[in-house]
Structure formats: C-alpha cells, structure tokens
Design a protein around this ligand. Structure first.
Ligand code: G
Ligand code: G
Ligand code: MN
Ligand code: NA
Length: 254
C-alpha cells in the first residue's frame, strides 16, 4: 500500500522519466527507432528501474494511469525532437495487459498523436504474447483497430510464452521481438539457434519483421545476421539513454 501511494504521488509530482534505447536496422546499420523505457527518479532513492515498480503497479489500476502518462510523454517527446532537431524518430512503447484492455486505450493514443502531430506509423505498441493468448478475441479486435489507424504492433519477449504458431497467424502483428535469452544462448546452444531460425522462418511467411533483443557482442550480432533477423537491439548498440542525449548520439546514425 505504501509503495502504491508513493507511486501515485510520483505521478502527480512528475518523478517518472522515459529513457530511450536504439533499435538498429541490420541492412544499413541505421537507427530504425527507439524503445521508451520508464524510470522513476525517486527523490531519496535515486533512479529506480521499471522491474522494481511496474510489476507492483500492474497489481492495481495504477498501471493504467502510469501507462497513460507514458503514451502522453512518448508523443510529446516525439514532437519535441521534431521541433528541436528535425528528427522524426519512430518510438516503441511497452504496454501492460490492463492498460491494453482498458476501454479508452485506443482513444487516448489517438488524442495524444493528434495533439502532437505525430504520424501514427511512427508509434509502435509492444505487447506480450501472454496478453494476446489470454485475451484472444479482444486482442485481435484491438490490434485490427490500431492497425487501421496506422499504428504498428510488436510482440515483445517472443519465445518465452506459450504462443503456438497457429495462434500467431491470428494476430496482424508487424514485428516479433525475439527474447534475449534465445539470442544470448544461441552462441553456445545450437537448440537456441534452431529456435531463432524457426522464428525468422515463420515471421517471413506471416510478413512480420524480426528484431533480435539483447545483442551484447559482435559474435551474437553475426549470429542474428546469419539467421536473417531484420533488426537488433542491445547493449552492443547502446543501453537506454535520457531524451536529451538521444539527439546528440543518434542523429548522425539515422
Ligand atoms: O529496464 P528493465 O529491464 O528493468 O525493464 C523491465 C521491464 O519493464 C521490461 O519488461 C519492460 O518491458 C518494462 N517496461 C519498461 N518501461 C515500461 C513502460 O513504460 N510501461 C510498461 N508497462 N512496462 C515498461
Ligand atoms: O521486456 P522488454 O524487452 O521490454 O525489456 C527491455 C529491457 O531489456 C530493458 O530494461 C533494457 O534495459 C533491457 N535490455 C536491453 N538491451 C539489453 C541487453 O543487451 N542485455 C540485457 N541483459 N538487457 C538488455
Ligand atoms: Mn519491450
Ligand atoms: Na522484450
């Protein structure tokens, strides 16, 4: 209860901040976009990572309000980068189940896109396979609706849930993000390499882009290139950085 109250207060007092991690296009080594990752700038405890507070927020309606803030901030930041640098940088945002399933989720996104003149195709929604599988019909309908507006959809942490490949074809998803456990394992464990290969093959048939997550070494980069992944993300290219560093570090790599 205490931390929940503190998290709500943090929302009122503007203590949350978004950092942004680059996502690379492997064909040309250019930055394809950034993923927004929330942090809590706690007045006493310093920077708190989302793993420590998002799971707690997800236990209540608080995640809906934090999620609203996140989308608003993504769209505002997009517009600020356009205004100050001319850079039109696609942004991916992580969405919790409760937030995705909330009745005014899509409406809120449309409002914020419009308020900031952000083209819908520059906003990418990351959902997990668990959300999709546990709410098949609603997810299917919402994805169709988001796509009608031009917003793109990624399935995050792919491979860790229980999506059978037949279910995958049910959702018009644009991108599969292969969980970092497979990418980091494939160098030593050939069964992981086989899984990555299979995911890429399925994605090709379903017309989806594949992103390799958690690429930390050049060896891993070579592996994911050999498997024909389209994009890669990970510490090799850079961790998440504050918004005002993004322009300095990424503008020349666009
Ligand atoms: O940075 P870290 O590894 O601690 O992130 C842990 C988790 O927090 C990741 O699974 C990530 O998807 C999630 N996360 C980061 N930012 C957000 C956000 O803005 N909203 C939601 N719902 N989850 C987030
Ligand atoms: O669940 P999701 O994929 O949204 O989680 C993203 C989290 O993964 C972020 O918190 C980010 O800090 C972390 N991350 C990003 N790149 C790497 C990496 O190369 N290695 C590891 N271990 N974590 C990473
Ligand atoms: Mn993610
Ligand atoms: Na992920």
């Amino acid at each position: 209860i205490l931390i929940e109250e503190e998290m709500r207060k943090a929302l009122d007092e503007d203590q949350y901040v978004l950092h942004f991690q680059p996502k690379m296009d492997l064909r040309n080594q250019a930055v394809a976009g950034v993923e927004a990752l929330i942090r809590w700038e706690h007045p006493d405890r310093g920077l708190i990572m989302p793993g420590e507070f998002i799971p707690i927020a997800e236990q209540s309606e608080l995640i809906v309000d934090i999620g609203r803030w996140t989308i608003r901030e993504c769209c505002r930041q997009y517009q600020e980068w356009v205004r100050t640098t001319g850079m039109e940088l696609p942004i991916s945002v992580n969405i919790s189940s409760k937030q995705f399933l909330h009745h005014d989720f899509i409406e809120q996104i449309l409002t914020e896109l419009e308020r900031n003149s952000m083209p819908p195709h520059h906003l990418d929604i990351e959902i997990t396979e668990t959300l999709a599988i546990e709410n098949k019909e609603v997810t299917q309908t919402k994805i169709e609706s988001l796509k009608d507006y031009g917003i793109t959809i990624s399935m995050d942490d792919f491979g860790t849930g229980y999506t059978s490949l037949s279910y995958l074809s049910m959702f018009s998803i644009d991108r599969l993000k292969i969980d970092r456990t497979f990418i980091q394992g494939m160098v030593h464990d050939s069964s992981h390499a086989v899984i990555v290969d299979s995911i890429v093959s399925v994605a090709r048939h379903l017309d989806m882009v594949v992103t390799a997550e958690g690429v930390e070494t050049n060896q891993q980069l070579e592996f994911v290139k050999n498997c024909d992944c389209d994009e890669a993300q990970g510490y090799l290219f850079g961790a998440a950085i504050p918004a005002d560093h993004v322009a300095d570090h990424l503008l020349d790599r666009l």
